[in-house]
Structures are given as C-alpha cells and as structure tokens.
Design a protein around this ligand. Structure first.
Ligand code: PEP
Length: 257
C-alpha cells in the first residue's frame, strides 16, 4: 500500500512572514488529518525553510526544499548542501523540476548526482520528470520519459528507489491551467512504473510513489487520485493559499486506494 503524498511547491513566492502565515494556516486547517494515511509536504523558498520547519515541527506536515547541490561543502557560490537543508529542518527535496531544467541548465546527469547526495543524507527526494508540449505533439512522450527515468535514477539500489518519490509533471501542464486528463496522466504513470519493473523489480516498482503535477486544483484532484498509478500530487499555484491547498489535501485523503 502506497501512502498518498501531496507536496506544495511554493516556487519563488512568499517572504518569511508570508510563509509563516501560510504554514500556520495550513497547520490549523489540516491538524485533524491522520499522518498515517497521508503525507503533506511544504516546499518554501530556501529563505523561509527554517521558519516553515519550525512551524510544522511536531505536526502532520513536513517541510522540503525546491533544489539542492550535490557537494557537501566548498566554494560553490549560491548553492545549498543536503547538510544545510537538514539543518534548516527539511525532510524532502524536489529535484529536477522542469523550471530548473528549462531556466537553470539542470540535466538528467545533474539530477542523478543530486539524487544520490539526497539519498546518502537520508532526505526524501521528489524527482520530477515530464515531456514538453512539442515532445508530446511529436509522439515522443514515452521516449522522453524513458530517457529521463533511466538517466535520472541511474545507479541507485532497490532500497533507495523505494525511498524516492517520482513526480510526473508534463511541462505543458505546469502553471498553464491545462491539466493532463486523468487518463493521460495514468497512461504515463503506468508506463513509468513499468520502467521501474524493468530497472529494478516488481516489488520495488509497486512500492514507489508517483505523483502527478501540472495545474492540480481542488476541482480535479479527486479524479486524478482515482487513477491506480497516481499516488499524490505536486502542486504549484494552488499550494499558495490555505483554502486551495488544504482542500486538495482533504480531497486526496478521501480517495481510498
Ligand atoms: C509545479 O510547480 O510543480 C506545478 C505543478 O505547478 P502548477 O501546479 O502551478 O502547475
């Protein structure tokens, strides 16, 4: 049985006071939900990570970072290590988000290095994969996913794979208001799980949680969660208010897998 995981990616939004307010609001709104059945993760900008971790400490909510660098320390201006993230109270790290791939030169190779560092440091990685609109229109979706999954998850063992969360985020659905239909998302996520069977084994593949991300809202979360290979969501825009994110979490929790 895979535990549902809903993560909010706050991107480059929220000052420290705003982040504290949002985290407090979510804590109040979601405190009754059973942490045994759903995992809730907030990924604020680095600047607010300590504060959000402090607010969510001893609650059913975890904090996470939006990126990390694989080196332990050194002359790497602007970068943040796993140890620093742990120090700030993070438990999760998003790796390879499409915005990082698109604007900051992230590649499958750098994603793989980050993944290994995150696993070694006992943090939980959320590895993002997904095709662009052009790739989908050219019929290359499965090829792209095959390449991203194989190369991003290269040389990790089964135990590490089970600890890793995958987020399938079609680039054309991120921040555009266009959601993949539940059928489209299920088709790709089933394919990704099939890749994991080949790369690892069936037992490993059925244990890995695969989230969907791309314009997830309270209105579409139930139908998405009803798909057998969708184990949660990575939410951008709709994670920025207490009302929409808490509603997404509550509706996701109601879907019995
Ligand atoms: C994201 O940032 O990972 C994302 C899916 O954004 P949005 O929900 O706004 O499409």
């Amino acid at each position: 049985m895979r535990k549902t995981i809903i993560a909010g990616n706050w991107k480059m939004y929220k000052t420290i006071p705003e982040a504290i307010e949002l985290a407090n609001g979510l804590k109040r709104e979601l405190f009754e939900l059973d942490g045994q059945t759903i995992e809730i993760v907030l990924c604020p900008p680095f600047t607010a990570l300590s504060e959000v971790s402090e607010v969510t400490q001893n609650s059913n909510i975890n904090s996470g970072a939006q990126d990390v660098y694989w080196q332990e320390e050194g002359a790497f201006t602007g970068e943040v290590s796993c140890k620093m993230l742990k120090d700030a109270g993070a438990h999760f790290v998003i790796i390879g988000h499409s915005e990082r791939r698109q604007f900051f030169g992230e590649t499958n190779d750098s994603v793989n290095k980050k993944l290994k560092a995150v696993l070694k440091n006992g943090l939980i990685p959320i590895v993002c994969v997904g095709e662009s609109l052009q790739e989908r229109e050219l019929g290359k979706t499965f090829d792209v996913l095959n390449n991203q999954v194989h190369n991003s998850l290269k040389d990790i063992n089964k135990e590490e794979m089970v600890r890793t969360v995958i987020a399938y985020e079609p680039v054309w659905a991120i921040g555009t208001g266009k959601t993949a239909t539940p059928k489209q998302a299920q088709e790709v996520q089933e394919y990704i799980r099939g890749l994991l069977v080949k790369m690892f084994d069936k037992e490993t593949a059925v244990s890995v949680r695969i989230q969907y991300g791309g314009s997830v809202k309270p209105d579409n979360i139930t139908e998405l969660m009803n798909q057998p290979d969708i184990d949660g969501a990575l939410v951008g825009g709709a994670s920025l208010t207490v009302e929409s994110f808490s509603e997404i979490v509550k509706r996701a929790q109601k879907v019995k897998k």
